[in-house]
Ligand binder design. Structure first.
Ligand SMILES: NC(=O)C1=CN([C@@H]2O[C@H](COP(=O)(O)OP(=O)(O)OC[C@H]3O[C@@H](n4cnc5c(N)ncnc54)[C@H](OP(=O)(O)O)[C@@H]3O)[C@@H](O)[C@H]2O)C=CC1
Ligand SMILES: O=C1OC[C@@H](O)[C@H](O)[C@H]1O
Length: 399
């Protein structure tokens, strides 16, 4: 049987659009996938057609693909099955609505939207139009995440009582109170919904939620009570944030932290020297995830007692395609192809949402982040908090 092929359109040409597109172009057999495949048939830049052409050249797209100088032209392309939205958080609601209103399926980068109300509108629109919609939290589709969820459901570490998770970067400018980012950078710019919470905290929350929420029984999932504290940078964006998610009925607690002032792993990514970035603590033992939490490559299972020295360390490297150009001559593979495979399988099977990150869960996570921002008194400008869709919004670029 030939694989089910999905024709992708890429909206925006920045950093993650490039990484994701390169992953789409990896041969699926290099990650032992044979049932789905991907083709990039179009890319759009809000700045110019030539930027979109340059993007297609940079990613070394092997086939014919259309280059568009506006997002409006991309959503009107009848050859596109699904659009990957890779703009800043501030733009997701308007951009994803533009796609859905044009009848396109959507994979939208994290954070899904700026607030929960916007997420609900996206979901209602996808539902009413019969379209597929998914928040692109790639980590959920890593074999490592799937395996850990299986271990939890199988009761390997008993009843989970606590999850702690951190994704923080030390972005301090040396000998200064400032951060390394320019004030206009999307990480700290309020006009682009900057701040640690929406950019990095979403991963800390992902670990809390994929264990304490997703692993609950379907149909009976309990939302957490949320408590939080935030410190702000001079731009108004959060720079140091702590969240407690209390699942009262389930008697479990998640503690998610994120920030731009201290590093989860001061000694470097994927280094176990500073300990795990996530601890999943159960009555019989614990599972530790070595960071960074957005792209973890190793986990450990440590059972109570230690008598038998039960420490199982499992490495989960990301497969690479030797025929695609990577940084170190070993080929390319970042790990974003697994979420693309999930989207393709959903399209093939007529599913409108992913079971590993349902619409409901994306909304509950956005509600959680709304609560956190309320506690920290963080509000973004009306242009990006609005729940009114406007095809002509400046966030959708030129017509
Ligand atoms: N899954 C992951 O691992 C990662 C996810 N992300 C997520 O991806 C999204 C984009 O991040 P990233 O690629 O790093 O950002 P970049 O700044 O590198 O790219 C964003 C792109 O969005 C388009 N854009 C449209 N309007 C604006 C605007 N006003 N300001 C800036 N860019 C604009 C531009 O493309 P054009 O001009 O072509 O329209 C720009 O290149 C965010 O939601 C972020 O959270 C980011 C990094 C990693
Ligand atoms: O999603 C992300 O993961 C990696 C980080 O470096 C980046 O800021 C963030 O957007």
């Amino acid at each position: 049987m030939s694989p089910y092929n999905v024709k992708w359109g890429i909206m925006a040409t920045g950093g993650i659009a490039t990484t994701f597109a390169k992953d789409l172009l990896c041969d699926p057999s290099t990650r032992s996938v044979s049932d789905v495949s991907h083709t990039i048939v179009a890319a759009a830049s809000s700045s110019s057609k030539s930027r979109a052409e340059e993007f297609l050249k940079d990613i070394k797209n092997p086939g014919e693909a259309k280059a568009y100088g506006s997002y409006h032209e991309l959503v009107a392309d009848s050859n596109v099955d699904i659009i990957y939205v890779a703009t800043p958080h501030s733009h997701h609601f308007q951009n994803a609505m533009l796609c859905l209103e044009a009848g396109k399926n959507v994979l939208c980068e994290k954070a899904f939207t700026v607030n929960a109300e916007q997420a609900k509108i996206l979901v209602d629109t996808a539902k009413s139009k019969g379209l597929f919609l998914m928040e692109a939290v790639w980590t959920r589709y890593f074999p490592l995440s799937i395996k850990i969820r299986e271990l939890i459901k199988d009761g390997k570490i008993g009843t989970v009582k606590r999850v702690t998770s951190d994704l923080s970067f030390n972005s301090n400018k040396p000998d200064s109170d400032a951060l390394t980012f320019d004030d206009s950078h999307r990480m700290i710019n309020m006009d682009l919904a900057g701040g640690a919470l929406l950019d990095l905290g979403i991963y800390s929350l992902t670990w809390v939620f994929q264990i304490l929420y997703l692993c609950q029984k379907v149909g009976e999932r309990e939302k957490p009570k949320v408590m939080a504290a935030m410190d702000k940078y001079h731009t108004g964006a959060d720079e140091n944030t702590a969240i407690i998610c209390h699942f009262q009925k389930g008697r479990t607690i998640g503690v998610a932290t994120t920030g731009l002032r201290t590093a989860t792993q001061p000694d470097g990514e994927n280094s176990p020297a500073t300990g795990p970035a996530c601890r999943i603590q159960g009555t019989k033992g614990e599972i530790q995830v070595i960071g960074p939490l957005y792209r973890p490559l190793e986990y450990r299972v440590i059972m109570n007692g230690g008598k038998e020295g039960v420490v199982e360390s499992v490495k989960c490297p990301i497969p690479t395609d030797p025929n695609r150009e990577g940084k170190d001559g070993k080929g390319w593979g970042h790990g974003m192809f697994w979420e693309a495979d999930e989207a393709a399988r959903c399209l093939r099977d007529g599913k409108k949402q992913s079971e590993s990150l349902t619409w409901e869960e994306s909304i509950v996570i956005m509600e959680t982040m709304d609560e956190v921002r309320k506690a920290g008194d963080i509000k973004y400008p009306e242009l990006i908090e609005t729940t009114v869709y406007d095809a002509k919004s400046s966030l959708n670029g030129k017509n």
